[in-house]
Design a protein around this ligand. Structure first.
Ligand SMILES: Nc1ncnc2c1ncn2[C@@H]1O[C@H](COP(=O)(O)OP(=O)(O)OP(=O)(O)O)[C@@H](O)[C@H]1O
Length: 618
């Protein structure tokens, strides 16, 4: 058990000596723990505004700011997109490194290298964790016709030489299971639908094969029309669609590393940042485009991008994109613009969870694909110690202070359900002298980026977040994820806690549970059992008392761990005829993609209604 995990356990927040081993558990304030005294249970509505007047957690010495997060970041526009981070000037436009049908890697650039890959002596330099080798034991299921043999190592059989150099610079010594399988599948020209646990290297799983192929095959010839007159239009060879701005930016940053010195120039476009800057970046060359669907539609409408040269289409976090109501926009991009049809491009779909209804999308977008399911591991692998504490709403702030006091180093990500709560809690923590900042949809893109960067660089070691940070974000050194509010969807829980314990590192996830969270009792118990975690007695009791107790992982929430529910299975093996299990409420509009506003369910993407690309998404 990690130090943090032990410290949290020692806190004894649901102290058994105080009568919490039998009946309804409760939060035990520090001064009553271990005293054997009965716990005084407050009645009446929760008082979230108790603030530091509550006594035992009074550490206040500083007034909160204006909800602007740590150090009172100023509000206002970014004034520029953030995808051009200093190194872009070193990229060459398409073709400049492709000479007479050969790839001619650019010269080394020490400054750019340090910027992209970090410095080995730097403590933040990326390296995989001590439990990285555990990944080797992960069971892998690959189904479909003629599944190629997996890679053994990055150089067996070898990837492109320049890519190998860049992978080495990134500190990756051996492929993760999803990479071992995805690379040969894609390089053998097959479509792929892959689900693998959070933090297991899915980004490399699609970037590596795409780059190894692109580096070797070079740019596609420009369509005749584009050659005939000067056209400032991007003709990417690969398109990656991602649900959120932050995830798109992160994929772009990874792409920058692995395309270092190559002919491939990556670009990123997303809502909430000035479109003019993004158009200029596209003008400078755009061979791999990472995009959120709304902003891409906008650029397609403006004629700034053509998809005619797409060889590879990647849908990352595909289930999330559909959940967010993006299906009409995605269908427009894929089916109604100038992208090559199924069979004339390769399509790869990736997610940590993959409910059945997403597999149906595969029927339309993929051709003779291979279904790859890596693990029953789940993000809830033993690398993440999960702890569920019974804490009533009115005790949450106090319990949170307890948890934070148990931490020594590392970053803590705290999830709440609403933007308002994110601000309130951040203010509260700042008042208690914690270095906290917040990320949510009412903050401008510039503020969100500053908050993320303050968190990544440990200027703020606590980030209070809404669902925006739940998926895909890869922030090294997140040692503790706290679900201050548990989500109502068990898949969201999986993704949230997957922000820690990444790439073989260990992490702790602590969740405050109370009677408001009964809807996920069953899913929670399943996940804890699957990952060999302790299931608290109160959860089992609740499950018995309320046998309906919320949906299981397959009951609409999806997920790929629970084989009973087919979510980790290739539906083609189960007589998939398109008629089963479309349980997820989502926007299935087909023709009105321009005005998809979510149709009454959670519409939390910046790009719903893609014309209004400045709208906030969650
Ligand atoms: N082969 C490798 N060796 C070492 N580290 C790796 C390797 N592949 C990826 N990583 C690192 O593992 C971390 C997680 O990778 P990545 O973000 O691609 O995971 P993911 O599966 O997409 O997660 P999520 O489901 O949360 O989006 C990153 O920090 C990445 O740099």
């Amino acid at each position: 058990m990690s130090d943090l995990s032990q410290n949290v356990a020692k806190l004894n927040i649901n102290d058994k000596e105080n009568g919490n081993d039998g009946g309804k558990p409760s939060y035990v304030p520090p001064h009553l723990r271990g005293s054997g005294k009965p716990v005084f249970r407050r009645t009446g509505p929760p008082r979230e505004d108790r603030g530091s007047g509550g006594g035992f957690f009074s550490r206040s010495s500083k007034q909160a700011g204006d909800n602007d997060g740590f150090f009172g970041f100023s509000k206002g526009n970014n004034g520029g997109s953030t995808y051009n981070r200093g190194g872009s000037s070193s990229f060459k436009s398409s073709g400049n490194r492709w000479v007479n049908g050969k790839h001619v890697p650019g010269p080394k650039n020490a400054r750019l290298e340090a910027e992209l890959f970090g410095v080995h002596e730097d403590p933040d330099y990326h390296s995989s964790g001590i439990k990285f080798d555990n990944y080797d034991d992960i069971p892998v299921e690959a189904s479909g016709k003629d599944v190629p043999e997996p890679l053994l190592e990055f150089d067996s059989p070898p990837l492109d030489a320049l890519l190998l150099e860049n992978i080495k610079l990134a500190g990756f010594n051996k492929p993760t299971p999803v990479q071992k399988y995805s690379v040969p599948i894609v390089t053998n020209n097959r479509d792929l639908m892959a689900c693998a646990q959070t933090g297991s290297g899915k980004t490399g799983g699609f970037l590596f094969p795409v780059f190894t192929e692109l580096f070797e095959s070079g740019p596609s010839p420009m369509p005749e029309k584009a050659q005939s007159f000067y056209s400032k239009k991007g003709y990417p060879s690969a398109l990656v669609l991602a649900p959120t701005r932050e995830l798109a930016t992160q994929i772009f940053e990874e792409a920058r590393k692995f395309t270092y010195r190559s002919w491939v120039r990556p670009c990123v476009v997303y809502g909430g940042a000035p479109i003019g800057n993004q158009m200029r970046e596209v003008d400078r060359g755009c061979d791999l485009l990472v995009a959120t669907p709304g902003r891409l539609n906008d650029l397609l409408e403006r004629g700034k991008i053509s998809l005619a040269n797409i060889k590879y289409l990647v849908l990352d976090e595909a289930d999330r994109m559909l959940d967010m109501g993006f299906e009409p926009q995605i269908r427009h991009i894929v089916e109604e613009c100038d992208m090559p049809s199924v069979g004339n491009r390769q399509t790869l779909m990736f997610s940590a969870t993959f409910p059945v209804d997403i597999q149906h999308l595969a029927r339309d977008f993929l051709d003779n694909y291979i279904f790859l399911s890596v693990g029953r591991v789940g993000s809830t692998s033993e690398n993440i110690t999960q702890r569920i504490l019974y804490v009533d709403d009115m005790d949450k702030k106090s319990a949170l202070l307890d948890l934070l006091s148990a931490e020594h180093e590392g970053l803590t990500l705290i999830f709440v359900e609403t933007k308002r709560m994110a601000d309130q809690l951040t203010d509260f923590l700042i008042m208690q002298n914690f270095r906290a900042t917040a990320i949510h949809g009412d903050r401008t893109q510039a503020e969100r980026e500053r908050a993320l960067s303050a968190f990544k660089s440990n200027v703020a070691n606590i980030l209070v977040a809404t669902a925006v940070a739940a998926r895909g974000l890869d922030i090294p050194n997140v040692t503790h994820v706290i679900n201050y509010d548990l989500p109502s969807d068990i898949d969201d829980y999986v993704h949230r806690i997957g922000r820690t314990g990444r790439a073989g590192n260990t992490g702790v996830a602590t969740s405050f549970f109370n009677s408001n969270n009964q809807n996920i009792v069953k899913g929670l118990i399943e996940i804890l059992n699957e990952a060999n975690q302790e299931v608290p007695a109160f959860l089992n009791d609740m499950s018995r008392q309320n046998p309906r107790g919320g949906k299981t992982r397959g009951g609409g929430g999806g997920g790929f761990f629970n084989n009973r529910n087919n979510n980790s299975r290739d539906y083609r093996k189960h007589g998939g005829n398109g008629s089963f299990g479309n349980t997820r409420p989502r926007n299935t509009g087909t023709s009105n993609w321009g005005s998809s506003s979510g149709g009454g369910f959670r519409n939390d993407n910046e790009n719903s209604g893609f014309g209004s690309s400045n709208a906030s998404w969650w």
